[in-house]
Design a protein around this ligand. Structure first.
Ligand code: DGJ
Length: 741
């Protein structure tokens, strides 16, 4: 890993064994982008790649030099208005109303390691040798504003992380109207854009589209990163597949409003932008103040989407997620939400917990409804003390009884919200986000607390501390069940209202940070109506997230497949729930429900006391199976093999780092009649190892499984006289175990 600076050509080259990232100081002292991709040899100058030619009708910067046009140059961190006709990465409004800026190179420094971003989640290093950081300082002389572009190159990963800091040194107050984290001008548009799109209960479905001239974007304006779009996009070559070809992935370590955009100009340059959504954002900077953008991560892959995902998984599992639980196998839990909803008391909970304990389940999670006077969703958010009508012995009484069974105990919270029917709202009605003179939109009967205010965060922290200290809490599910509307904070004057959305998220991060510091061994699981805030920012605080409120196994194939593009398997909360499924009324075999959920942070979400004894027996077997394979499932290398978005069959697999163990999940949605033979080519195996393959009970060499494939044809696919035999019918699945002795 080296970060070169070539004095003569004023060129930066960040390179490791896998990638090169090159940019240079242009003739006008601004920065020009040169290259991002597979590693290339270093040289003193890459000036020949800065393509300058005399374009007709272009705006140009130097008198009598028609060829230097920002409109046609690839730039590093551009702004609109002084020659570039595309969307810029930043806009600064000055006292006189001008938005023109001219940031020129001033200096740079390179150092070992990677700095923390104050108040923001970010990837990190444990040892300074793992990465090198470059900071380039630019200055706008007229306003005396300093811009620092920060790049970290990881030694052993095809990754560059970026963030930007604005510092106002000048006397006048300026306003950041746009301050993105990343801009990348790519020299052609021969890509498809990959994104994760959805809505509640169908989060992170995979979407792929060709790049067109103009702007294509993904975004959130909901205050959370959202179920609708994830803060991730990738550009893949049209011929790239899951396993081969060039892909560049872009991910934003942030949980609030974002914008991800690819602008293709009519000269075929593709400009990628990623950062805080400029809509609803305006950040004033007085003399001496600074603004730090969230971190953006760029991943380069020459081995298709799976290759990109492996890099994201490794980085996000080991160098974004933190703390006590980062490397630990996750406890198998049972959650009472779909079992009881709000309708429970201590006896009911203990009945379920006892049944769970007998099945080997390790953690009981008490979901919504344990606090205040909450019996439905109309009251008590904000009152984080126990509902004694339901739990007469308090949270501690229940927690201790569950611990006495030999299980751990966890609870649900939704700390950012308040109901009007609550003690907190009665006392502090001005603590919600609301615009003076305007109606407040409702969402699930609740309102959003103004987390941009430190005193609000402090109050919730103190309440939660009392609850967490009182009871033996090992796990916390942190929910967030509505979007932000009428965003306005009583603490800010008029020209500061554009800070609210970002400051809100900083408040959320600060509460997480305080709780983690106080309770480092609590396992946090983030949640937002299921998967509405499944993003890298959250992963920094909570190493797992509730993937979706949709617990139907067949829907989960799509949701988990899409989520795996960026997020590691250990981060995906996945539960076996009851049938008929509560979201779709679909009936699926309990084996399939588990076979899908095994590839995640596994648990149950049903009333075990209502299961027939044969089903309880199966639950016991599943729990034992998960315990046996949990390390491999949650920390092995994951490969997507067949996409649920493309056909009737989904397949994926995990492989151990020594390649001696693998599990292949095979899922068939509908039974086909008189079907053909099927094989699936596996990935990640050692071609020279001989694998014992379960279910077909054969020893097969890795090269055969990789190149010929695993035969997965179904026995039952024609005249089906012998009725249901456990392996035929719709929604069937199986897991093949591959072992090398
Ligand atoms: C939404 C979550 O996603 C559910 O799992 C559950 O916790 C409910 N909220 C509780 O209100």
């Amino acid at each position: 890993m080296t970060i070169y600076y070539h004095e003569g050509s004023k060129t930066f080259h960040l390179t490791n064994d896998q990638i090169s990232y090159i940019f240079t100081v242009l003739q006008n002292d601004q920065l020009g982008q040169v290259y991002f991709g597979a590693k290339i040899h270093d040289r003193e100058s890459f000036d020949h790649l800065v393509e300058i030619k005399d374009y007709p009708m272009a705006a140009y910067n130097f008198e009598s030099n028609r060829s230097f046009s920002l409109e046609h140059l690839k730039q590093e961190y551009p702004t609109y208005g002084a020659g570039d006709m595309r969307y810029g990465a930043f806009t600064i409004q000055q006292n006189n109303g001008s938005r023109i800026a001219n940031f020129v190179y001033e200096s740079h420094r390179v150092y070992a390691g990677k700095p923390k971003l104050p108040g923001l989640p970010a990837t990190y290093v444990e040892d300074e040798q793992e990465a090198e950081t470059l900071e380039v300082t630019l200055i706008d002389q007229l306003t005396d504003t300093v811009l620092i572009l920060r790049y970290t190159l990881f030694a052993n990963l095809p990754v560059i992380t970026r963030n930007v800091r604005f510092e106002q040194h000048g006397k006048e107050k300026i306003y950041l109207d746009r301050a993105l984290s990343l801009n990348l001008d790519l020299p052609d548009r021969d890509y498809e854009m990959v994104q994760l799109t959805g809505a509640w209960s169908r989060e992170r479905h995979l979407g792929i589209r060709s790049l067109e001239y103009g702007v294509q974007s993904i975004y959130s304006l909901r205050g959370s990163s959202s179920a609708n779009f994830n803060p991730f996009l990738a550009l893949k070559r049209p011929e790239a597949t899951e396993d081969s070809g060039e892909v560049i992935g872009f991910s934003l370590v942030y949980s609030g409003n974002f914008l991800g955009q690819v602008e293709v100009d009519t000269y075929d340059v593709a400009r990628v932008s990623l950062g805080i959504n400029p809509e609803e954002f305006k950040w004033p900077l007085e003399t001496g103040e600074m603004f730090e953008t969230p971190e953006a991560v760029m991943v380069y892959s020459q081995t298709g989407l799976n290759g990109m995902s492996h890099t994201f998984h490794e980085l996000y599992q080991k160098r974004l997620a933190r703390g006590h639980w980062r490397d630990k196998e996750r406890p198998i839990l049972i959650n009472n939400w779909e079992a009881t909803y709000f309708d429970f008391n201590e006896d009911k909970i203990l009945d379920i917990a006892q049944a769970a304990q007998k099945s080997g389940i390790e953690l009981f999670v008490l979901d919504d409804g344990w606090f205040g006077t909450r019996n439905d969703d109309s009251t008590s958010l904000g009152d984080w003390f126990v509902n004694v009508a339901k739990l007469p012995d308090g949270l501690s009484g229940l927690g201790n009884k569950i611990e006495a069974l030999g299980m751990k105990f966890g609870i649900w919270i939704e700390p950012e919200m308040v109901n009007k029917k609550s003690q907190l709202y009665q006392k502090h009605p001005d603590w919600v986000l609301q615009t003076p003179g305007r109606a407040m939109s409702q969402g699930r009967n609740q309102y959003v607390l103004d987390f941009s205010r430190p005193e609000v965060v402090e109050n919730i922290f103190e309440q939660l501390k009392a609850a967490f200290t009182d009871a033996p809490i090992s796990y916390v599910k942190w929910d967030m069940n509505r979007s932000i509307t009428e965003a306005f904070s009583a603490q800010f004057v008029a020209d500061e209202q554009g800070k609210v959305m970002h400051q809100y998220i900083l408040g959320v991060y600060s509460l997480y940070e305080k709780l983690i510091a106080e309770y480092p061994e609590i396992l946090f699981e983030s949640c937002a109506s299921g998967g509405s805030r499944f993003d890298p920012g959250m992963l920094y605080y909570a190493p797992q997230a509730w993937t979706s409120d949709d617990t139907d196994a067949i829907e989960r194939l799509k949701i988990q497949y899409g989520t795996s593009l960026v997020y590691p398997i250990s981060s995906m909360g996945a539960h076996v729930s009851a049938i008929p499924n509560h979201q779709l009324l679909r009936l699926t075999p309990i084996e399939t429900r588990a076979n899908v959920a095994f590839f995640g942070a596994f648990g149950y979400e049903l009333d075990l006391t209502k299961l027939a004894s044969e089903e309880i027996q199966k639950v016991r077997q599943q729990v034992a199976y998960m315990k046996k394979h949990r390390k491999l499932l949650q920390f092995g290398t994951f490969y997507r093999l067949k996409s649920p978005f493309e056909g009737n069959v989904t397949a994926w697999m995990v492989v151990s780092s020594d390649q001696k163990q693998a599990l292949v999940g095979y899922y068939r949605v509908l039974q086909q009649v008189n079907d053909s033979y099927h094989r699936i080519k596996l990935q990640g195996l050692n071609p020279d190892f001989e694998y014992q393959v379960s279910l077909i009970d054969e020893k097969i060499y890795g090269d055969e499984l990789l190149h010929v494939g695993l035969t997965v044809s179904d026995q039952s696919s024609g005249e089906n006289h012998d009725h249901y035999n456990g392996a035929n019918g719709d929604f069937q699945s199986r897991i093949y175990e591959l072992t090398v002795s």
